[in-house]
Every structure is written in C-alpha cells, then in structure tokens.
Design a protein around this ligand. Structure first.
Ligand SMILES: Nc1ncnc2c1ncn2[C@@H]1O[C@H](COP(=O)(O)OP(=O)(O)OP(=O)(O)O)[C@@H](O)[C@H]1O
Length: 302
C-alpha cells in the first residue's frame, strides 16, 4: 500500500501540491486524473524519489521514501512523461543499459531483455537503432526500460500521450499483464476513458489537491445524476438554466434532473416554441468526465 500524507510541494510561488492525502491499495492499477498543471507529475516524481524536497510523508507499506531512497530505486519502475532513450543505440542496448543500472548481468540480463522485448511487442526490432522507431515504439521501449528490474510498483506518467493506436493497444495489453502479476501501478492520464478501462481505483486531481478518490463505480454512483442531453444550434447555457443545473458537453448541454421525462417534455415544448432546430434530445447519465467538470468547473483537456 502507498500512503501519501499531507504532501505539499512549491516551486517558488507555484503550489504544485497542497496538503494532499491519498492511499493507493496493493495490486491495483490506480489512475491519477487531472488537467495540465494539476500536480500529477510532481506527485509521481516525489513517489519515485526524483523530487526529494517537499513537505509531508510518502510511505510504501511502512517504508518512508525519505528514509531509504535506495529501497525506492529497487522497488519502483518509473516511466517519465518524456521519453529518455539513447537514440543511436539499439533497443537491446537501451534495455541492457537500464538492466545493468539495476545490477543485472550476463545470462539473467540477456533473458530479461528478451522477455521485455516480447512484452512490449518489439522482439523483431531488438537490434535496430531506436532512432528508426516510431514515437509509439520508442514509448514501448521506454516502458520496457522501467520494467527491467521487475519492480513491485510501476509509476507511469501519461504513457499514451502522442502514441499511435497500435502502440496504445500494446501498452494497454502490457498493463493488463502487469496487473495479472499483481503489480501496483500508478497511471496518470488526461483521458478518462483510458483510466476507466484500466484502473480499479482513481483519484481526481485539480490545483494540487485530491478532489475525489475511490472506485470508479462508487464515484459515479456518488456524483452522477440523471439528466437530459440537448443539442440544438443557437441555444446557450444561460437559456437552459431555467430547467436545472447545466453542464456544457461537446456540442450540446447536459441538464440535470431527477424528473427526466418531465424535463424532456418541458425542453421539447420550449425548443418548439423558440423554433430552435434540434439535433439531439435524449435521456443521459453523467460520465466520469462530466463529474470532473461538475466538481472542478474544468474540462480535462483544453
Ligand atoms: N520544475 C518546475 N519549476 C516550476 N514550476 C513547475 C515545475 N514543475 C512543475 N511546475 C508547475 O507545478 C504545477 C504542477 O505541475 P505538474 O507537472 O506536476 O502537473 P501535471 O498534472 O503533471 O500536468 P501535465 O498534465 O501538464 O503534465 C504546474 O503549475 C507547473 O507549471
């Protein structure tokens, strides 16, 4: 279990994390969701010991990150947001380099490199220089490097950003395999649907603080309200506020109400009376993304 207590980090006047608390259970894929600048990367860098100047406490079981940075290096695999690889060297050379840093040698190193190449789906490209790889392939090798020492905890900072669909699917498959091996994975993303599919538990982060945390289904059950989605060119949020709470969603609006049938009727009459062309009018439930918007007033992506 990872326990984060009263974690704060400032960069000059910027409060990247503000008295944050979080508990991450063992053996789950845990998603950190938040917009740009929410504090996700800062939290991850503190967890894996890259940032060591902060207030508060981070513990893996009872092991404090501050007390034993070497334990952290042995037990955590960190996949940074920016790909770090030696472009001129082959995939095998890159994986071997990271394996050696973690103390692997000889046969054990060779076998682990082969295992990782299979895991990331690049066993046929092992001897090729990384500079000949697509962005998605580089990302897969980058993840492989973080797994060379078979860490118990894996921290992945937005591993699918800028990645092609094929590589993204490889990454998802990899995560499912790691979950089957009972690894604890911390996974940050701006993509709610990714996190909903991969993670058993999540934390919504905004402005350096945890807004909500728990199982995806529990968060949805707690905050989601039924409502009606309406899409009609020309209508504006202020016009719909007479009907209930309004959230802007895609090209239309989601209006919350416990009386959805009455609301559909009322909206239909109003739209007809005002002569707005209606593209969609339907009963809808709030998604996790809608809940994030409801709780923070922000969308996940600009
Ligand atoms: N080295 C740094 N120096 C100064 N400010 C920083 C530094 N790193 C991060 N910040 C600031 O701290 C805040 C949190 O940044 P952080 O990178 O942790 O957020 P994030 O949620 O990971 O965002 P993104 O999704 O864009 O990666 C932001 O306001 C950011 O500009």
């Amino acid at each position: 279990m990872i326990t984060i207590e009263n974690l704060s980090k400032n960069y000059g006047d910027i409060h990247a994390l503000k008295d944050t608390r979080l508990t991450i259970p063992e053996g789950v894929c845990f998603g950190l969701i938040g917009p740009n600048g929410a504090g996700k990367s800062t939290m991850m860098k503190i967890l894996c010991g890259i940032i060591d100047q902060y207030d508060g406490e981070v513990k893996f079981d009872e092991m404090s990150v501050k007390e034993d940075p070497n334990w952290v290096k042995k037990n955590i695999g960190y996949v940074p947001q920016d790909i770090v690889l030696y472009e001129k060297f082959s995939a095998i050379a890159n994986l071997s380099f990271f394996g050696e840093m973690y103390g692997l040698r000889g046969k054990a190193l060779k076998e682990r490199v082969e295992e990782i190449l299979v895991l990331v789906g690049l066993e046929k490209r092992g001897k090729d220089a990384v500079k000949t790889f697509s962005g998605g392939m580089k990302r897969r090798i980058n993840i492989g490097c973080a797994l060379m020492h078979n860490p118990k905890y894996i921290i992945m900072d937005e591993p699918t950003v800028g990645v092609d669909p094929q590589s993204r699917n490889y990454i998802f498959e990899m995560i499912h395999k790691l979950k089957a091996e009972n690894k604890t994975i911390l996974y940050s993303s701006h993509y709610m649907e990714e996190v909903e599919n991969l993670c058993e538990e999540i934390s919504l982060i905004d402005n350096g603080q945890v807004i909500e945390s728990g199982k995806v289904t529990d968060i949805i059950a707690k905050h989601s309200k039924p409502g009606v989605y309406v899409e009609a060119p020309g209508i504006e949020e202020s016009m719909l506020q007479q009907f209930g709470g309004v959230l802007k969603k895609g090209e239309g609006f989601l209006i919350q109400s416990d009386q959805v049938l009455i609301l559909v009727d009322a909206l239909a009459s109003w739209l007809k009376q005002e002569s707005y062309p209606v593209l969609r009018l339907e009963i809808a439930h709030m998604s996790l993304e809608d809940i994030f918007l409801l709780l923070t007033g922000k969308t996940l992506r600009d």
